[in-house]
Design a protein around this ligand. Structure first.
Ligand SMILES: [Zn+2]
Length: 260
């Protein structure tokens, strides 16, 4: 998504047949705009089985060129590789986004999962609002939300990594927590023998969001790690937060063990 005053943004979405190394759609697209001295404002691509979708945003202000001109150029250069090309003008002056892409997709290993992104400030309003409205109950709601998220990550990797070890699946699930932006997993220790799991994190999203509230402890991450371990081991666990950056500790540390 871009906004810049005075720009005449146009978005092009080009779908073509994936044929590497003879034909690289992305390289061809870059060349087409380079030849006209037009810089790409944004570029993204994704592959879908044997198709590739490139999306580019360019600023045509002052170039004297029309989108149709480029559509024709793309058709010529892509030839038989081209499946589809479409373009769209900025919906508001100077503002553009990838209007062809919905939903937003996160690639979770082998699967594409639809996702929605919202800023940490929204999470902050949500937490503040919940505490105001529900008091201590809100920590349980956050924990429950986290638990469901953690369980779903573990469930995903259990089915995607069939035949792999428990340690592998745990590793993938824990790293998914970081990949999707909940925190940085600094390190963790899985003691399968004694059934105790310690997770040490920095940049905890909830600490970031709730830093000015009276909320104590990290319910979301407690729930997420409990959900992961419970799903992987198919038993009930509980998490204790040993350290929290909001209390001045260097890390948020969670200890997950069997629920009595
Ligand atoms: Zn925290």
């Amino acid at each position: 998504m871009r906004y810049a005053e005075g720009k005449d943004f146009v978005g092009f979405e080009v779908t073509s047949r994936l044929k590497l190394p003879e034909f690289s759609s992305t390289a061809v697209l870059v060349r087409i705009f380079n030849e006209e001295n037009i810089r790409l404002t944004a570029m993204s691509r994704h592959t879908w089985e044997d198709e590739i979708v490139d999306f580019v945003i360019v600023d045509l202000a002052g170039t004297g060129k029309t989108p149709e001109y480029f559509v024709q150029k793309i058709q010529e250069r892509f030839g038989g590789h081209l499946i589809d090309v479409r373009w769209a003008e900025a919906p508001a002056e100077g503002f553009i986004y990838d209007m062809f892409a919905f939903p937003l997709i996160a690639r979770l290993g082998v699967d594409d999962v639809p996702v929605v992104i919202f800023p940490v400030t929204s999470l902050r309003s949500l937490i503040e609002g919940m505490i105001k409205e529900y008091g201590d109950q809100s920590f349980f709601i956050l924990w429950e939300l986290g638990f469901n998220i953690g369980s779903s990550y573990a469930e995903h990797w259990i089915s995607a990594m069939k035949g792999k070890s428990m340690r592998n699946k745990l590793e993938a699930a824990v790293r998914t927590v970081q990949a999707l932006g909940w925190c940085v997993v600094d390190s963790y220790d899985a003691d399968f023998e004694n059934d105790i799991y310690i997770f040490r994190v920095t940049h905890c999203l909830e600490c970031e969001a709730a830093k000015h509230t009276t909320e104590q402890g990290c319910s979301l991450l407690s729930g997420i790690f409990t959900g992961i371990v419970s799903k992987l081991r198919n038993q009930a666990y509980k998490a204790t937060e040993i350290c929290c950056t909001r209390k001045g500790d260097e890390f948020c540390i969670f200890k997950v063990e069997r629920s009595p």
